[in-house]
Design a protein around this ligand. Structure first.
Ligand code: CA
Length: 234
């Protein structure tokens, strides 16, 4: 493997101690970290520099986190991972709609945080391949180009709607997909409550594809928000 340039991460966080802890963890993974302690500073850096990823704290002194997210998204396609204190589910949905790709709730474990950062960087590196890729999750193979789902050598037969849901999660592997986003991708807007309707299909799907449908590892629930594809095997 050839050595790539280090990934440049913009870290927007007003609390120096948290900023230092997160920055050190990222730098240990050979990432280049730019610091911003206010929303305005973060927006300015994002407008001026090429970034591979943004880590955004929501509790900033000057600008609302959602606004910072929207403003950065206007000019950049870099993944945005939000760090927040206790937030409501509705706020998470608002954030994902404003262009955030993932979020962690404080206090968070550093290894999970880094896994999410790596997943976003990997996803951003191969944007054109996402619809054509093969995903391995907890021993399950989701082959998008061949439209095949199998566990080991055993082929699993999904209904068209089940396939469409799984495909939507796989295309967005590495990020939470809201009920509404899945719903829009699979059905049309004319139906009623998406979360109720989806739950039924997710149950069917899990029975077919999970090792243990009672503790799913392929389709993870984001409470009140939606679902995500589990972490890939690597
Ligand atoms: Ca803060």
């Amino acid at each position: 493997m050839q050595m790539a340039d280090p990934d440049t991460i913009l870290l927007i966080e007003d609390e120096p101690q948290i900023r230092q802890t997160v920055a050190s963890a990222l730098e240990e993974r050979a990432m280049h970290v730019l610091h911003a302690s206010t929303g305005r500073e973060g927006i300015a850096i994002a407008a001026a520099q090429h970034l591979d990823l943004v880590v955004l704290d929501l509790g900033l002194p000057d600008v609302e986190g959602v606004e910072v997210c929207r403003e950065i998204r206007r000019g950049s396609t870099a993944p945005i991972v939000v760090m927040s204190a206790r937030r409501t589910e509705q706020e998470k949905v608002t954030l994902l709609t404003a262009g955030a790709d993932d979020y962690v709730t404080k206090p968070f474990g550093m290894s999970e945080f880094l896994a999410r950062i790596q997943a976003q960087l990997r996803r951003a590196r191969t944007p054109h391949r996402t619809t054509l890729s093969v995903h391995e999750v907890d021993g399950l193979t989701i082959d998008l180009p061949k439209r095949i789902v199998r566990r080991g050598a055993q082929m699993l037969h999904l209904s068209p709607i089940e396939w469409s849901i799984l495909r939507t999660l796989a295309i967005h592997a590495g990020r939470a997909v809201t009920h509404q986003q899945i719903f829009d991708a699979v059905w049309s807007r004319e139906f009623g409550n998406p979360s109720h309707y989806l739950r039924v299909y997710i149950t069917y799907l899990r029975r077919k594809i999970e090792r243990d449908p009672a503790s799913p590892r392929v389709i993870l629930t984001e409470p009140g928000v939606g679902y995500r594809l589990g972490f890939t095997d690597d």
